[in-house]
Design a protein around this ligand. Structure first.
Ligand SMILES: Cc1cc2nc3c(=O)[nH]c(=O)nc-3n(C[C@H](O)[C@H](O)[C@H](O)COP(=O)(O)OP(=O)(O)OC[C@H]3O[C@@H](n4cnc5c(N)ncnc54)[C@H](O)[C@@H]3O)c2cc1C
Length: 458
């Protein structure tokens, strides 16, 4: 039995930083990773997908080059081996960097194996048992494989296996029309695959407002992505070398035939093989570990951070979990998860930046509110770049004049949204922004313009 002051399970976005902070404060820390250092974001999530988004953008701009007066004389070709090599050259230093920084940290011991609780204070790693008074779980999640008829007869891909491949699918069928599925859809369409997205809801990204879903739909459809909605009774089957998806839709062909199948229907937490029952840590019915506002589980001395606690599904929320735990334990600063303002991006091109409440949520709340929208066609910078798809929308509390939420679907939307995020966090009225002189020509300079056109949300 080896004794430590703290054990951290998983090297996602929270674990490594927490390990280094705790070790720097004088604690002896063990950190355990069963697979790839850096976890999902670095290896099979944000970093590789955004590297591919960049390659796909390059392909798109080459295909549009003549619009900009740039003549490309021979047909452009996407070399998937080079695309993948570029992606790996971006991912690999991050993976290695996380491992190196942990191994080099004083008072920090790294274990590379699967961890499993054997009691509330003990964790088995390979043949060893480690014990500590404080245990932090940062085990993340993996692709959810649905209970879909026929799936056992076909080879299917998840985000992880698709990212390992350097083959360009002839026809990629994607089950799931939400954030992960849509990013892959546009990436592979731009590389040259035929792509069909199959979604069981009546619209894409169904957690967003209807106007956002409709605009995302138009953007993807305009690039030749085939979209099938209301696919409630989806089954799949093998036909020769192909995969058929039987789609029960109200319209369109009943069957889609493709060469590859990607599942992008959600994520499940890596808590089923962690021995949580030995530690009496409770989860909800989907396996997410139940935590309080300071990310403490029901068992004193055990915390859960990142995707596995169900309070966030993003790199920045997991990182914020680290900040919350470190602040409470080391800084006497009672930070809480409920202080966090929901914010995220959807990295299709143009991207969607989102913060705070949606229009539907504001309507449901019944509070008196104001709304303004602006088409990206009316934004000078977007026009100059010939990237005019999308729109912006902002919602404001009528009484306090504070911003309640916003969506920016358009060029630079993932960056521009931060102007609004800061105002919300500062609880400042929107009129503050109208006094700040924004830089021309930018997308951000049109935020005060849009705020000048607020009208009651009827
Ligand atoms: C395709 C894709 C794209 C994404 N894009 C974005 C994006 O653009 N922006 C964004 O904010 N988020 C994005 N995300 C989400 C983001 O990757 C996660 O929210 C983020 O990685 C936070 O994860 P985490 O810290 O909870 O743990 P993870 O990063 O999932 O890491 C958990 C680690 O724990 C290890 N582990 C699990 N069980 C054990 C065990 N028993 N013993 C030892 N080790 C264990 C795992 O091997 C893993 O390394 C994306 C996700 C996917 C799948």
């Amino acid at each position: 039995m080896k004794e430590y002051d703290a054990i951290i399970i998983g090297t996602g976005q929270a674990g490594p930083s927490l390990a280094k902070r705790l070790a720097a404060s004088g604690m002896n820390v063990a950190i355990i990773e069963r697979k790839l250092f850096g976890g999902t974001c670095v290896n099979t999530g944000c970093t590789p997908t955004k590297a591919l988004v960049a390659s796909a953008y390059a392909a798109r701009m080459v295909s549009r080059a003549a619009e900009f007066g740039v003549m490309v004389d021979s047909p452009a070709r996407v070399d998937m081996k080079r695309v993948k090599a570029r992606m790996e050259a971006i991912v690999s230093p991050s993976t290695k960097g996380v491992e190196r920084s942990l191994r080099n940290a004083e008072r920090c011991t790294v274990y590379h194996d699967h961890a499993r609780f054997v009691s509330p204070r003990e964790v088995a790693v390979g043949k060893e048992v480690l014990s500590a008074g404080r245990i932090f779980i940062n085990v993340g999640g993996r692709a959810l494989v649905p209970d879909m008829p026929g799936l056992d007869q076909v080879d299917y891909l998840t985000n992880s296996s698709l990212l390992r491949s350097d083959v360009l699918p002839r026809h990629l069928i994607i089950v799931g029309g939400s954030y992960i599925g849509l990013e892959f859809a546009q990436i592979y369409r731009r590389f040259g695959s035929d792509v069909t997205v199959i979604e069981m809801s009546p619209r894409l990204v169904s957690r967003e407002d209807e106007d956002v879903s409709a605009s995302v739909h138009d953007i993807l459809q305009a690039e030749g992505i085939n979209i099938r909605l209301n696919a409630k009774c989806l089954t799949v089957a093998r036909r020769g070398n192909d995969i058929t998806a039987n789609v029960e839709c109200t319209e369109g062909a009943p069957e889609v035939v493709g060469s590859h199948l990607l599942l992008a229907v959600g994520r499940r937490p890596n808590t089923d093989d962690l021995g949580l029952e030995k530690a009496s840590v409770t989860t909800d019915d989907k396996g997410f570990i139940k935590v309080d506002d300071q990310l403490r589980t029901n068992v004193p001395g055990i915390w859960a951070l990142g995707d596995c606690n169900g309070k966030g599904a993003f790199t920045h929320t997991s990182w914020n979990d680290f900040e919350i735990v470190a602040a409470n334990l080391l800084d006497k600063d009672e930070r809480r998860a409920s202080d966090r303002i929901p914010a995220y991006g959807l990295y299709i091109d143009p991207p969607l930046g989102r913060v705070g409440l949606s229009e539907a949520q504001v309507r449901k709340s019944g509070r008196p509110a104001l709304i303004a929208t602006l088409a990206m066609e009316d934004v000078g910078r977007a026009f100059e770049k010939s990237e005019t798809q999308g729109f912006m929308k902002v919602l404001v509390d009528q009484e306090t004049k504070q911003i309640l939420g916003a969506a920016i679907l358009g060029t630079g939307g993932d960056e521009v949204i931060h102007c609004l995020l800061e105002l919300i966090y500062a609880r400042a009225p929107y009129t503050v922004m109208q006094r700040a002189v924004h830089i021309h020509p930018t997308v951000s300079e049109f935020l005060p313009t849009m705020l000048g056109e607020l009208r009651p949300l009827s």
